[in-house]
Design a binder for this molecule. Sequence first.
Ligand SMILES: [Zn+2]
Ligand SMILES: [Zn+2]
Ligand SMILES: [Zn+2]
Length: 98
Amino acid sequence: MGVKPFTCTECAKSFNQRTTLTKHKKIHAGVKPFSCSKCGKSFNQKEYLKAHQIIHTGQKPFSCSECGKNFTVKAKLTTHQRSHTGQASEDTRKFTLE
Ligand SMILES: [Zn+2]
Ligand SMILES: [Zn+2]
Ligand SMILES: [Zn+2]
């Protein structure tokens, strides 16, 4: 259950069936129709291009509601916000408390 033994060597994504992996790998071999007008970098998905292009605008659209820090990528904000939830420090305390 939940084991995905077939891992893509290109992007480390895991799959539970070899056929699914084989199908997936085509996105790495194939054309990348979405290219950045600023630097020419190509992407196989429009979402990737959109995420990439933020670096050219200099905008950091994701800001932390706790401390106002800005981030270019939502994942980074999410990671950062964990430091405000106190979950991490609580875990540490478990080990330090006798
Ligand atoms: Zn892949
Ligand atoms: Zn670019
Ligand atoms: Zn913050």
